[in-house]
Write a protein of this length. Structure first.
Length: 136
């Protein structure tokens, strides 16, 4: 697993815990940074901060393409994989879109249900198709 893949997984872990515990992702991140058992990479911080800052807009964008799914009805891991990927696709833009989508699909395959990887791929593909309209 590449360093950036590990950073994405760590960011997902923080976002997931934040969602489950109903705490700020920034609070979870600060806790992890002070715990010597965790390695927090700069890219992890960048992703968590980005999702925290843009979460309302990210959730709106996901809902536009989620085909009948409310954010709170999605499996927790799926919605946070989507949040992370939308942050990278639309706000960070330092990684090619194909890599972002592939990484999100791989996270869904390894951490969620059998159908999740297809769903994540479909939602992210639909968002990417209209990204220019969304970001302007």
């Amino acid at each position: 697993m590449s360093t950036r893949s590990k950073a994405r997984k760590a960011a997902l872990d923080i976002l997931y815990e934040s969602d489950i515990r109903n705490l700020s992702p920034m609070d979870i991140l600060r806790d992890r940074e002070s715990d010597i058992e965790f390695v927090i990479r700069d890219f992890t911080k960048q992703l968590v901060l980005g999702v925290a800052q843009n979460r309302e807009r990210i959730d709106e964008i996901i809902l536009m393409r989620a085909k009948g799914w409310a954010i709170d009805r999605m499996p927790v891991v799926d919605r946070n994989i989507l949040r992370l990927a939308v942050q990278e696709l639309l706000f960070d833009k330092s990684t090619p879109h194909s890599v972002v989508i592939d990484e999100a699909v791989e996270l869904a395959k390894s951490l969620s249900t059998d159908d999740s990887s297809e769903y994540v791929n479909g939602v992210l593909g639909a968002i990417y198709e209209v990204k220019d309209d969304i970001t302007h």
